[in-house]
Design a protein around this ligand. Sequence first.
Ligand SMILES: *Cc1c(COP(=O)(O)O)cnc(C)c1O
Length: 334
Amino acid sequence: MATITINKDNFCHNLNQIALKTGSIDKVAIVLKDNAYGHGLEIMAQLASELGIQHAVVKNRDEADVIRGLFRTVLILGGQAVPDETCSYAINTLDDIEKAQKGARVELKVDTGMHRNGIAIDELDRALERIADRELVLFGLMTHFRSSDELGSEFFWQKKQFESVKTKVKAAGFTGFRMHSHNSAAILRSNYFEEDLVRVGIGAYGYNELPESFDKAELKPVLSLYAGKIATKRLKKGDRVGYGGDFEVPCDMQVSTYDLGYGDGWCRGDSSQPYLTAEGLPVLGRVSMDFVSIASHKEVLCIMNDAQSAAKQFGTISYEITTALSPLITRSVV
Ligand SMILES: *Cc1c(COP(=O)(O)O)cnc(C)c1O
């Protein structure tokens, strides 16, 4: 069986690195959306809670219901806002305000330049008016940066936009709401922090996606992926392995199949540019739905222990590698 291990010490280390930036663990909200970036929603929620994290961010109500007992607040990024003692709801459009139920706690997301979700700055007055009319609780004010992981001035421009939004909301008479804008890259590049919360995902899982030119906090990958051996073959020079026979055996060798494939969310990649496992072994030929072939006879192989290096090999980002991993793979804490 392919398995995933979650390294508790590394997770703790990463959270501490982030808490050093925020000044306090109380200001760290762990982003657990999409099965905790593929790490396992329940496991990561449990660990985060044990390590003193009091706030979580999830994608929808279903995720929130699994973990709500472990946190003081849970921000749900989408869906109809309903009154709840623990959960608050991001408001992405003016329409979300109209659909919300009286008494719901909402966190108004303002589009300060990313142009994905959130109300436009010129809709702010209208949004605040409707939040008051509909008797919703303004629990938070938030934005999301489009370029926090890039050099250049855009990040600062968006920050400034958000500052003016904060001023306007306060001037409209709202008080007691929390303010947050930073994701992992934003907090990792910042040297001072004065908001109420950071929303960290990828950084907590051990990846710093900032370019080398930034002064980098050392983070440690939390997830490792293992595959178990199914069968071993003795192959002769000229034999070919897997679908299409893409890999031709260069000399007599032992090749084993291991129980991991694209059906488990592992990237199929391109057999002409073989993926190298954590131990430096190339995957031979095409990745099948449930199997890969590797020249080894070990019972268990570590396929990946650093999603960033895997992502480089596949031409993607660490987020996609871990998030794709099937929730059906057994996960355990080490
Ligand atoms: C996913 C997400 C985050 C976390 O981003 P990371 O880059 O993983 O730290 C923060 N805020 C919002 C709104 C998100 O959707």
